[in-house]
Design a binder for this molecule. Structure first.
Ligand SMILES: [Zn+2]
Length: 375
């Protein structure tokens, strides 16, 4: 269990197979985000049919509402949501450090104000492990100190060092509460935009255990894209080859393609559903704003090359009408298309790697995608 088979590589790009208690994940793969126990607006059956193999739950949000005790009493997050395939939960670190309700950071943990009831709350490595075990996802994440995207070196170093100390506590706490045959713990490499800090973080992380996977956090938080690419390239040779690599909070379609090219296996991002709710759809020839007047009488689908349930059935003209009329079906249909679009990038990249044609697939994909962006 938690085994990863590396099947084929091309350059740094990898095709693999991850074995988890709730099923297999063919990588590279995009993980839709179910922040509040649902991929926003979508039925789990729709997410499943869109090809998602694993989804993500947010510890911070589920802890505040409904609370892990409620979810545990209702059989854990899988039974609660009826999602039967693999699942990963984040640790809440990113949320407590990025929300404005943060009150106090100490070596012990983070004190913050609940946005739900205004009460004082506390998260620590120990608490985050307890909550994640109660939620019961296949993969739990270490509790880390996340610094802002443009953080100065001193702060990036402080967050990175604290994340290592908290990783040790996360590991001990996880071993104490979790059944290792049902849930594994992944560490998170930090260090901001500083290559030497990132390398120190990775070395320190690998010294702390034989992890079943490695996550890279604190990227795609406002730094320029070339900076993210450089950090990935710096880390890639030292990441364990026989373990999956997860780039947290990334990304947009081109970020997936560029991340896969740099050896990343797993991604997650809320952009698919957030953009979908605003009528912004990704297509093979760039981004489409469905609200635009040019779509008023457009008969064709969002993307003629897409095999999702939205594109198989509905015209752009109908989707535009749904948005103009503020009919909720519109938000759902474009979100569903965007989820399928990212899932499909993983599938297409995997097929290309297995065929030994990833380099040309990547070049064609990026050319076509960046050419036709209509904003
Ligand atoms: Zn579609």
């Amino acid at each position: 269990m938690f085994d990863y088979q590396l099947i084929r590589t091309e350059g740094a790009a990898r095709a693999g197979l991850l074995h988890l208690p709730h099923g297999l994940v063919e990588t590279p793969a995009f993980m839709p985000v179910g922040t509040l126990g649902a991929v926003r607006g979508l039925h789990p059956g729709e997410v499943d049919r869109a090809g998602a193999q694993i989804i993500l739950g947010n510890t911070y949000h589920l802890h505040l509402r409904p609370g892990e005790d409620v979810i545990r009493q209702l059989g854990g997050l899988h039974r609660f949501t009826t999602w039967s395939k693999p699942m990963l939960t984040d640790s809440g670190g990113f949320q407590v450090f990025s929300l404005e309700t943060l009150r106090k950071i100490s070596e012990q943990g983070v004190e913050f104000t609940s946005h739900v009831d205004g009460g004082a709350r506390f998260l620590s490595p120990e608490k985050a492990m307890e909550i994640q075990w109660a939620l019961g996802a296949d993969i739990a994440m270490a509790f880390d100190h996340v610094v802002p995207g443009g953080a100065a070196r001193e702060l990036a170093e402080e967050g990175m060092e604290r994340s290592l100390r908290w990783l040790e506590r996360s590991r001990t706490a996880h071993q104490a509460v979790a059944d290792p045959s049902r849930q594994t713990l992944w560490p998170i490499v930090q260090g901001g935009t500083f290559a030497d800090l990132r390398r120190r973080s990775l070395t320190g992380t690998l010294n702390l255990g034989d992890w079943t996977g490695t996550a890279i956090g604190g990227l795609s938080v406002g730094e320029p894209k070339p900076v993210m690419h450089r950090i990935l390239e710096e880390l890639e040779p030292d990441l364990p080859r026989g373990r999956p690599r997860y780039l947290m909070g990334v990304g947009f379609p081109e970020d997936l393609v560029e991340g896969i090219a740099r050896g990343v296996d797993l991604f997650d991002c809320v952009a698919a559903t957030r953009n979908g709710r605003h009528g912004s759809a990704w297509t093979m020839t760039g981004r489409v704003n469905i609200r635009k007047a040019t779509n008023r009488t457009a008969e064709g689908p969002l993307d003629p090359t897409c095999d999702c349930e939205t594109c198989a059935r509905f015209s752009r003209g109908y989707l535009r009408h749904l948005f103009a009329a503020e009919e909720m079906l519109g938000l759902r249909l474009v979100s569903l298309h965007n989820i399928r679009f990212l899932v499909r990038i993983g599938e297409q990249a995997r097929a290309a790697i297995l065929d030994g044609r990833f380099a040309s697939w990547r070049q064609d994909w990026l050319e076509r995608y960046t050419r036709g962006d209509d904003g």
